[in-house]
Write a protein that binds this ligand. Structure first.
Ligand SMILES: Cc1cc2nc3c(=O)[nH]c(=O)nc-3n(C[C@H](O)[C@H](O)[C@H](O)COP(=O)(O)OP(=O)(O)OC[C@H]3O[C@@H](n4cnc5c(N)ncnc54)[C@H](O)[C@@H]3O)c2cc1C
Ligand code: SF4
Ligand code: SF4
Length: 370
């Protein structure tokens, strides 16, 4: 088969879907890239640069770079605010897409166009011009529909949503992006004492989430480094069970960060409000086995990665099974359907890009291109 006539459906426009689409297009394969939300880039497109005196390797800028590649590539056709309705195996696959019912945020100004005039963010002005259904044939399918951050309300003793200065790692990203620094939600002041609680929603038998999310140790330490860099007087404590070693550079990074940040090995039990929206965090002292408490201006819950909301529905539509942790099974098969990125399990931006590249390669092998 001439590979120029081949086409792959990529579901999900996060960094996994963008990378897979880009790699396929490099081999002259057409891509229909389907994104349920109003914008491309997934969770990590909003991440802020964590550079201090040097780059902290957070990966955020690679997402923007890949987004620009994709929207400028004529072989990649982007469908925003769209979902898969039906997938039928025939000679290849027959695909039916439908408009997703995601609300277009009012007054969204993020809209941008590539030089081919392709949008990477939909605004309410586009709503009426979007067709409701589309049908076409493809030769293979890559599912890159990502993850859901752990819902902190499931750890109710930490008081997320109840005590204003208890935030998640994603909230912290947003606060730093919007304010250029960490400020308290309650009064906009810079906190003097900040606690990070690790493994929120991961490695937790009671929740049935036994996996390590892999990203929350490095992201929390980078954020702590960014906060300390911006406000050297900030007193930062990290409550942890284990530290996940995420590669060659990590031990050095960890040693450096330990000079400025206190690490306490325990799982905090609960958080109570104090005067002036301060917070009391109660925990067990590991060596003594006795309870202790300490007050903070702000507490960051390092929420982890859990299976994406649509996993079960997608597994039925596409015919891919779900593994014991609830992620899509990403073992390679000869069905023509593949899984890329965090849809198949936790991973950083760099790990996701590597996995998506590998998945695109497997899809090309299936198509006989490699
Ligand atoms: C708090 C937090 C901080 C993090 N910080 C870092 C960091 O600093 N550095 C780092 O390397 N990693 C970080 N990560 C991990 C990072 O977010 C992931 O590695 C990355 O987002 C994974 O990309 P993805 O494309 O697999 O998934 P996602 O980013 O989840 O993208 C999936 C896309 O698929 C779309 N989608 C979902 N369902 C459907 C459907 N049914 N049909 C069509 N489209 C669909 C979604 O709308 C989304 O656009 C962090 C994670 C968390 C939770
Ligand atoms: S990898 Fe992260 S810290 Fe480094 S330059 Fe890019 S966005 Fe900034
Ligand atoms: S990466 Fe760190 S914080 Fe996240 S689940 Fe693993 S050990 Fe816990």
């Amino acid at each position: 088969m001439n590979n120029q006539t081949q086409k792959v459906l990529v579901l999900g426009g996060g960094i996994a879907g963008l990378t897979a689409a880009w790699e396929l297009s490099r081999q002259n394969i057409g891509v229909e890239l389907v994104e349920k939300s109003c914008f491309l880039g997934g969770h990590s497109i909003g991440f802020t640069c964590k550079a201090t005196d040097k780059c902290q390797q957070c990966g955020a800028c690679s997402v923007e770079d890949m987004l620009k590649n994709v929207v400028n590539e004529p072989l990649i056709n982007v469908h925003l605010r769209t979902e898969i309705k039906e997938l039928k195996k025939s000679d290849g696959f027959k695909v039916t897409l439908a408009k997703s019912d995601i609300e277009i945020p009012a007054g969204k100004t993020l809209k941008g166009f590539s030089k081919h005039n392709k949008p990477f963010c939909v605004t309410s002005a586009d709503k009426d011009s979007m067709g409701s259904e589309a049908k076409f044939d493809v030769d293979a399918v890559i599912v890159a529909t990502g993850y859901s951050p752990f819902d902190p309300n499931r750890k109710s003793t930490y008081g997320y949503g109840k005590w204003t200065n208890v935030i998640t790692g994603l909230d912290l990203e947003n606060i730093i992006r919007e304010n250029g620094a960490l400020v308290r939600t309650s009064d906009g002041q810079k906190p003097e004492k900040v606690a990070f609680i690790q493994c929120v929603g991961s490695r937790d038998e009671r929740l049935g989430n036994l996996w390590c999310s892999e990203v929350c140790c490095p992201y929390a330490m980078r954020m702590a480094g960014t906060v300390k860099n911006e406000n050297p007087n900030a007193d930062i404590t990290m409550f942890y069970i284990d530290i996940q070693n995420t590669g060659k550079e990590f031990p050095l990074f960890y040693e450096r960060i330990k000079e400025n940040i206190r690490f306490v090995r325990t799982i905090p039990v609960d958080i109570y409000p104090l005067e002036n929206d301060r917070l009391e965090l109660r925990h067990m002292v590991e060596e003594a086995g006795s309870p202790a408490s300490e007050s903070f201006d702000m507490v960051v819950l390092s929420v982890g990665i859990t299976p994406g909301k649509d996993t079960v529905k997608l597994s039925e539509t596409i015919g891919i099974s779900v593994n014991q942790d609830g992620f899509l099974d990403n073992t390679i098969s000869n069905t023509g359907c593949f899984v890329a990125g965090t849809a198949g399990g936790p991973g950083s931006i760099a790990a996701t890009m590597a996995d998506a590249g590998k998945t695109a390669f497997e899809a090309m092998k299936y198509l006989g291109v490699m």
